[in-house]
Ligand binder design. Structure first.
Ligand code: ATP
Ligand code: MG
Length: 243
């Protein structure tokens, strides 16, 4: 039982949810470690959506709304933390939702697909093939899904697949709290924000952006600026941390 007046209530509830999903096999044990790294960076940005992250979220919405074939790639951590938020975003932008795992087994893929369906996601299924030029199992995807996407949203991605997708000519939107990761640096657009805060902001923007706002956001994409702003926000907070 986590008391709801605990100062770290939200973080503890999220950890409990991830641990529960790890016991069921939805989240990989390694996913718990990845979450810990994310939490550390979230502390540094003050566990809030920064101004530059909001700009990135609005830009992500603009890219998804104008995509020919947008795909949201979901792994175990994302499904455990944000199945409802994925469902809402899919309704707003019409993207395919496809499961893609580093620690892949058919059983895990099925469990994650079922979890997403329980939250109302229309999951893209079909025969997966080893289509991406990667030596690990993130290479598996569907020819009519991720493989032929023009815009891919990758929450909590691995750096080498992100680079591969970019090298294939895709527009890649990453959600990653670490602005120094290979994922953050190789994506077309990086949202340095926690996944459960980022997704509802993207959905909100999908429902509200005008055509001219979409055009403006897309013409000013500058990932280096977004990453350096994220680092600036983190370092600017440090001198006051002990006040
Ligand atoms: P890369 O392969 O890109 O260099 P990495 O190997 O350091 O990254 P991974 O284990 O591949 O990291 O992926 C975990 C990433 O996801 C970390 O960078 C972490 O900051 C981020 N992350 C973890 N949990 C969350 C979350 N809830 N919201 C947003 N980002 C998160
Ligand atoms: Mg990695």
């Amino acid at each position: 039982m986590i008391p709801d007046d605990h100062p770290r209530f939200r973080s503890l509830v999220i950890r409990e949810r991830l641990a529960e999903c790890a016991k069921k096999g939805i989240v990989a044990w390694e996913g718990l470690i990845a979450h810990g790294r994310g939490e550390a960076f979230d502390y540094l940005i003050g566990e809030r959506t920064t101004r530059s992250a909001l700009l990135a979220e609005r830009t992500a919405a603009a890219l998804l709304m104008t995509a020919r074939h947008p795909v949201i790639s979901v792994n175990g951590n994302t499904a455990a933390l944000a199945a409802h938020e994925i469902s809402e975003l899919q309704k707003a932008c019409g993207a395919c939702v496809e499961v893609n795992l580093f620690h892949r087994t058919e059983g895990r893929v099925e469990m994650i697909e079922n979890l997403l369906r329980d939250f109302g996601v229309d999951v893209f299924i079909g025969e997966a093939e080893r289509l991406l030029p990667l030596s690990h199992d993130r290479a598996w995807c569907r020819r009519n899904g991720m493989f032929s996407a023009d815009v891919v949203l990758v929450p909590l991605e691995d750096g080498d697949r992100c680079e591969t997708l970019v090298n294939m000519g895709k527009t890649v939107i990453a959600i990653d709290l670490n602005p120094l990761s290979r994922t953050a640096r190789s994506a077309t657009l990086t949202i340095v924000d926690e996944v459960t805060r980022a997704l509802p902001q993207i959905t909100h923007a999908c429902l509200g952006l005008s055509d001219s706002e979409i055009e403006n956001l897309i013409s000013f994409i500058d990932n280096n600026y977004l990453l350096s702003e994220a680092i600036r926000e983190m370092t600017a907070r440090l001198p006051d941390a002990l006040d």
